[in-house]
Design a protein around this ligand. Sequence first.
Ligand code: RP5
Length: 168
Amino acid sequence: MCTVSIIMGSTSDLPVMRKAADFLEQMQVPFEMHALSAHRTPAAVERFATGAKDRGVKVIIAAAGMAAALPGVISALTPLPVIGVPIASTLDGIDALYSIVQMPPGIPTATVGINAALNAAVLAVRILSLSDQEVAERYAAYCATLSSKVEKADAELAAISDYKYKTN
Ligand code: RP5
């Protein structure tokens, strides 16, 4: 059964959205990927969004560029949490960011940074971790690798010794 749906407006979004797929794969979370467009295939978006919960989907990640209506339209059609990823397709992604983030009251869409597909998947995993102990443990192990990375960086900075006034 698929737990996370990754939806994107076009396969031109795929190079960015692979980061979300890669993380879900790493966390061993079943996911599906579909291309749907709020403007080019509105009826298919409605079919997908209204049926997602009954199919067992728990979180939807929706990515789109330009006038990015896709995440908000999906959010309007499902009670599931929807995470929007603004894609830098035009205007450096500012157009997509503004299109996704400013939802009307009552229809929330969580919005990550421009092209921040990894963070969308991490947020999805955090949501799933509330009810899945195995996913929670895999996510905790991932977090530990982030801490180790910064601790290693701190040690490398401490080892720099070619400054007279550097005190650590
Ligand atoms: C959006 O329009 C897509 O999400 C994509 O970011 C952008 C351009 O789509 P293509 O013209 O590359 O299919 O709907």
